[in-house]
Design a protein around this ligand. Structure first.
Ligand code: SAJ
Length: 428
């Protein structure tokens, strides 16, 4: 086999772009490809504004060194890495159209001896059922002419470079040679262990990891609901329970959002419905947390039709990604029940939802002004220090702490009713 010198990375999103930059920094000649003209022309001018600072710095280095180039169309390369999104459709089935299209786009450029890698989170069997047939159609026999691998990413958005370099990595080849070649490639920048397995097993590993987290968050949310009814503070209970060496209860909250944890379990549920009941129930629990919080606020006196401030529309703390966030669900339910709402986020300046842009404030007091309740939905550090004065512009004194990050007692002492996830409502 010829050594790999040139690599094409297809999809320059939150996984593809840092991957391309890290590979360029490791001495490969990398062509980053994206179908979005805006992404490519911005990068050609050396701009990647929305990227994390470490990603931005590495991309700039790669572009300046000439090792990283960008294009809207693929070219002949020694290796191809596909990093495109795999969203879930309205019926919860996996939408593999972008994996299909990306594989078709590279097929004319793949030559015997090349390595083709898929990183996109995908249902079990995607390598065999989507990637292999497309390459075969192009005259390339997997295992003979071309090596094919499934290598899922494990990036925690907000800390991408560090995670890509330090985390262990799964490499699932359709043959042993494919596994070895991909392991050698990732080993160039990954300091974690590179674990080899089969392609189908690697596909399952990725789904297993995110489903594990979803089910465990659902468990924490169920414990929170029990505590609310039992009149106990679950945060205290969890802290004490986690003193057990084999127990690690996660953090209950306002729900699970993002494009991974809330989506990937569906790839298992859809394909194996008769054995995944537990996973469906976990999805239901996590999806219903925003409505659960609203109903607790209603029980604490929030009148139908009043005005609510949503604090935090990002799906997780201290990031600017609002895709599938629990706040989207809350806004939908508020709308359906006749409430009016405003939204605030220190990181998100454009809140895209249902194909449109939702109004969003960067000024907290403007978002809170004249509202009857404030729902803290995202664990942004900026919200931790909020005190009674910050909420003084509200009409009524009702606060929902959906992430348990406020100093609740001072708020109650100042006359606020604080609805707390996982604990009884606090009042003066
Ligand atoms: N959440 C809780 N309680 C917790 C932890 C998280 O309610 O104790 C919520 C968060 O607020 C958020 C959602 O869950 O709304 C998902 O957040 P997350 O912290 O699980 O992280 P993601 O979705 O950004 O990233 C996950 C990671 N997977 C795992 O930790 C197993 C990451 O490593 C994956 O690379 C990523 O999914 C992905 O791309 O698949």
């Amino acid at each position: 086999m010829e050594p790999i010198r040139t690599i094409a990375v297809i999809g320059l999103g939150y996984v593809g772009l840092p991957t391309a930059a890290l590979l360029a920094g490791s001495g490969y000649d990398v062509l980053g490809i994206d179908i979005d003209e805006r992404v490519v022309s911005a990068l050609k001018e050396g701009r990647c504004e929305n990227a994390e600072p470490e990603v931005k710095a590495l991309v700039e280095q790669g572009l300046a060194s000439g090792r990283l180039k960008v294009s809207q169309t693929p070219a002949v390369s020694d290796a191809f890495i596909v990093c495109v999104p795999t969203p879930v459709r309205a019926d919860n089935s996996a939408d593999l159209s972008l994996v299909d299209a990306a594989t078709r786009s590279i097929a004319p450029f793949v030559r015997p001896g090349n390595l083709v890698i898929l990183e996109s989170t995908s249902p079990i069997g995607t390598i065999d059922n989507v990637v292999v047939p497309i390459l075969r159609q192009a005259g390339l026999e997997p295992g003979e002419d071309v090596d094919i691998c499934y290598c899922p990413e494990r990036v925690f958005p907000g800390n991408s470079i560090n995670e890509m370099v330090e985390n262990s990595r799964v490499v699932g080849g359709s043959t042993e040679r494919a596994t070895e070649r991909a392991a050698a490639l990732y080993g160039k920048f990954c300091r974690g262990q590179v674990l080899g397995t089969s392609a189908a097993s690697a596909e399952f590993v990725k789904l297993m990891e995110n489903t594990f987290r979803d089910v465990n968050i659902a468990l924490a949310n169920v414990f929170a609901r029990v505590a609310e009814k039992a009149g106990i503070d679950v945060m205290d209970t969890i802290r004490v329970a986690n003193g057990h060496p084999r127990v690690n209860v996660l953090h209950p909250g306002a729900g699970v959002g993002g494009h991974c944890i809330a989506v990937d379990p569906w790839f298992l549920i859809r394909d194996f419905p008769d054995v995944t009941e537990l996973l469906s129930v976990a999805r239901e629990v996590n999806d219903s947390q925003p409505t659960h919080l609203l109903e607790r606020a209603e029980a604490a006196g929030l009148a139908k039709g009043s005005r609510v401030a949503i604090l935090g529309v990002a799906y997780r703390g201290n990031i600017n990604d609002s895709r599938g966030s629990p706040s989207e669900r809350l806004a939908d339910v508020l709308g359906m029940r006749g409430y009016k709402w405003t939204a605030h986020d220190p990181y998100v300046s454009r809140w895209e939802m249902h194909g449109g842009n939702m109004p969003i404030y960067s000024d907290l007091s403007a978002a809170l002004n004249g509202t009857d309740a404030a729902f803290v939905m995202t664990d942004h550090d900026a919200y931790r220090s909020l005190g009674p004065d910050d909420f003084s512009g509200m009409n009524s004194r009702l606060i929902v702490d959906g992430r348990r990050l406020l100093a609740e007692q001072p708020l109650a002492d100042a006359g606020f009713t604080v609805v707390r996830v996982g604990a009884p409502t606090l009042q003066q």
